[in-house]
Design a protein around this ligand. Structure first.
Ligand SMILES: [Zn+2]
Length: 231
């Protein structure tokens, strides 16, 4: 089928965001023989409440955790852009770097975070909103247009993404059944051990939210997105 999704790229702010928001959906795409790549914008160097932790150590720990989580889900490639955690700004450098990664991997579908402020503060982290907005700007038009970032040519030719899934918890367009991969999602999430004092509590919260998202469709567990099809 001509419009089959073959390549999926998940672009998020922090190590662990992809698993929280889309780990089940990623696992489903991998099972359907899609190639999946991650692009992580920040190095996650502020994600710790441990006063003995240093930002430098945390960067290495979180990159390893993210690679392990990706391996659990069958994600073949993880790229880290290395921006400082908590300080992401919508700059030309970031737009060029994200456009370059899209042009490099050439996904049919991009999964990203919600660029809008919501009152779910954890999901609506400042870096998530900034990165979500930048990703949409890169999908259209910056990765697509050869005049944008001429310095990327000839190595990174323009690429047109066909679809975007934006992580969404409120009145989502698309509810994905992840019932058969919820355990895999949780196993991948558990790889981010530096982020959890009490993983049982995290698991309970993730199961509860996934249940609520699936309830209206009769799914045991779900993830939810807004879907954008680019004409
Ligand atoms: Zn995050």
């Amino acid at each position: 089928m001509a419009d089959r999704i073959e390549r999926v790229m998940v672009i998020t702010a922090h190590p662990d965001d992809s698993e929280f928001g889309a780990g089940g959906t990623v696992a489903r795409f991998v099972k359907q023989d899609c190639e999946v790549a991650y692009c992580i914008v920040t190095n996650g160097n502020k994600g710790s409440s441990d006063r003995t932790m240093t930002p430098e150590r945390l960067v290495t720990i979180r990159a390893d955790e993210q690679r392990n989580a990706a391996r659990v889900l069958g994600v073949e490639r993880v790229s880290f852009l290395g921006y400082p955690d908590g300080e992401v700004e919508d700059t030309r450098d970031l737009r060029r770097d994200v456009s370059r990664e899209i042009r490099r991997f050439r996904p049919n579908l991009v999964i990203c975070q919600n660029p809008n402020r919501t009152y779910n503060l954890g999901a609506s982290h400042r870096d998530h909103r900034t990165v979500g907005g930048v990703v949409l700007d890169c999908v259209y038009p910056l990765a697509r247009d050869h005049m944008a970032f001429p310095e990327l040519l000839p190595e990174f030719e323009p690429h047109k993404v066909r679809e975007v899934y934006v992580m969404q918890w409120n009145e989502p367009h698309l509810v994905n059944d992840i019932s058969d991969v919820i355990d895999l999602k949780l196993k991948a999430l558990a790889c981010h051990a530096s982020q959890f004092k009490d993983f049982a509590a995290v698991e309970a919260r993730v199961r509860q939210r996934s249940k609520e998202l699936g309830a209206a469709r009769g799914y045991a567990y779900a993830e939810a997105f807004d879907r954008i099809v680019i004409p």
